[in-house]
Design a protein around this ligand. Structure first.
Ligand SMILES: C[S@@+](CC[C@H](N)C(=O)[O-])C[C@H]1O[C@@H](n2cnc3c(N)ncnc32)[C@H](O)[C@@H]1O
Length: 343
């Protein structure tokens, strides 16, 4: 076990951290959570955890091996830097870069620090050379909450990874479609490990199934609207995501026997119709039905309109509440991402 840290997207305050925990839990990787900072999560875990998070996460930016963490004061930083054995991380002939990012206003110049630390490393490892374009090793520092995290980059999550599956780049498009980043995050929050069977019973154009399939889950879906099922199937085929089943059916009478977890975005009666049933009745009936297809402790990750107490609804039906997060879409829509599990 070693100290690693993750820097996360500033798009949401709690989701990025919950997503990392859920990814590690889903693959049963050992970790202990050290501390959550504004934009940094520090853990004691294995390097495998960092690679897994980098592969799967939607809201993580960088994963790094922590070399030290200290108060964001120039003299304190210099003292810690002088104690780092850079030779352990930089071999003869290798190139390196040093980058600092500040998530807060700071009196320390990140550019000045990059030059100073770059020079210090060159003195300590004279056989290594600076390469800012394609270095063998990236030393990175992040200022957050008046603390500096300094480490060696293990992996960087490309912001471009979702672009090819953006709604506009799919053969079938619908106004109710969820953005791929949120869909991926919801798949992760459902503890969907690779190989497990994920169901979306309100699959629409298939954003959730696309993301689940992209991280090697097996996927099944259904929707009451045959045009949606057809469109979803076109989207999955276009991105070469195999599916175990895609069926026209009502989520209140699920056409599947058993699945490992459910990730879904039921209709709110706005961009997609509830076919005359109130969202409360529809979701309650579906939740009752879902119990029959999930294993004990099986997770559901649901996007719901934040206009009622869904936590209470789920608990009244016998589910265990795990977590929830509120995501503001626009002035008149805030989504609640509700994570629950069966007993
Ligand atoms: C918000 S959309 C899902 C969007 C989808 N997550 C996506 O990103 O494309 C909700 C879907 O639920 C479907 N639906 C409505 N009532 C349903 C029911 N009783 N059973 C199953 N699907 C239903 C609608 O046809 C619609 O496609």
């Amino acid at each position: 076990m070693t100290n690693i840290f993750f820097t996360v997207s500033g798009e949401h305050k709690t989701l990025p951290f919950a997503e990392i925990n859920a990814i590690l839990e889903s693959e049963c990787l050992p970790y202990s959570r050290n501390k959550v900072f504004n934009r940094v999560l520090s853990l004691t875990s294995t390097l495998e955890s960092a690679y897994l998070v980098a592969c799967r996460s939607s809201l993580t930016k960088v994963c790094a091996l922590e070399l030290f963490r200290c108060d964001a004061e120039q003299n304190v930083i210099q003292r810690h830097m002088s104690e780092v054995s850079f030779k352990d991380h930089l071999k003869k002939g290798q190139s390196f870069s040093v980058r600092f990012t500040s998530f807060e206003t700071s009196h320390i110049s990140t550019l000045g620090l990059e030059r100073e630390i770059g020079y210090m490393i060159s003195q300590k490892v004279p056989e290594a050379w600076v390469n800012l374009v394609d270095p063998d090793r990236c030393f990175i520092g992040f200022f957050t909450d008046s603390v500096l995290f300094f480490g060696v980059k293990i992996a960087e999550v490309s912001a471009k990874r979702f672009i090819e599956r953006m709604p506009a780049n799919r053969p079938f498009l619908h106004s109710s479609t969820m953005p791929p980043k949120l869909a991926r995050c919801m798949v992760n929050l459902a503890r969907a490990s690779s190989g497990c069977l994920v169901l979306d019973p309100f699959c629409g154009a298939g954003s959730i199934l696309l993301e689940a399939g992209t991280v090697d889950c097996r996927v099944v879906g259904s929707d009451v609207n045959d045009l949606m099922v057809e469109g979803c199937s076109r989207n999955l085929e276009y991105f070469r995501i195999p599916f175990d089943g895609l069926i026209v059916g009502d989520a209140r009478k699920l056409p599947f026997k058993s699945v490992d977890c459910i990730v879904s975005d039921p209709p709110y009666g706005r961009a997609s119709s509830t076919h005359g049933i109130s969202p409360l009745e529809l979701v309650s009936d579906f939740l009752l039905e879902a119990m029959a297809v999930l294993p004990r402790g099986g997770y559901l990750s649901l996007a719901l309109p934040s206009d009622r107490d869904w936590k209470a609804v789920a608990m009244d039906l016998g589910y265990v509440f795990v977590d929830h997060h509120f995501v503001r879409e626009h002035k008149s829509l805030t989504r609640e991402i509700l994570i629950i599990k069966t007993t």
